[in-house]
Design a protein. Structure first.
Length: 173
């Protein structure tokens, strides 16, 4: 057995995915329907409280303060204006964005909300399209190693792939 550096992966979204490239064209939804508006920032809890008092159905998410459902682009634009006005009235800074029903959003939700990763399903709902997980300590450049073994019937093949997400000398608890 030998271990060899086979490349590096640059991460800009804080997450990684293992997928068969053949499935990307048929299964990747670049832009789908609008799901709603997410918002976060300094004073986000106060803004969420005030929006709830105004009758908005604010849902709490793990990585940002709030999410409000929107059915279309006009409603999402109106919600973003309302969020901005509430934030301005309280003197806090809030960032908001429209959340779409897309494969990238599905990847983000698996990497951020599931137990440190999970499986991405095909569009028909069957499991196994990809495996998704957060990248170590966030964005950066990570080394990818292959473990090669000489198999009796097949010759030398990669038998394991390892992504070095955290240096071996990083302090552990």
């Amino acid at each position: 057995m030998k271990k060899k550096l086979i490349g590096q992966i640059k991460v800009h979204s804080g997450q990684l995915m293992i997928i068969d490239p053949k499935n990307i064209d048929n299964e990747w939804r670049k832009k789908g329907n609008i799901k709603g508006v997410v918002f976060w920032g300094r004073g986000q809890n106060k803004v969420a409280e005030l929006l709830i008092e105004k009758g908005y159905g604010v849902q709490q998410k793990k990585d940002y303060a709030g999410f409000i459902e929107a059915l279309n682009e006009a409603e999402a634009t109106s919600l973003r204006r309302e969020i901005d006005m509430v934030a301005e009235s309280t003197g806090v800074q809030i960032v908001s964005s429209v959340e779409m029903d897309s494969t990238f959003q599905d990847v983000k939700e698996i990497a951020m909300y599931s137990d440190l990763g999970g499986s991405l399903s095909f569009n028909d709902g069957t499991d196994g399209l990809a495996v998704v997980f957060p990248s170590g300590l966030g964005d950066g450049c990570y080394e990818v190693y292959g473990r090669y073994e000489n198999l009796k019937r097949w010759g030398e093949k990669i038998t394991k792939v390892e992504i070095q997400l955290v240096d071996d000398d990083e302090e552990r608890l």
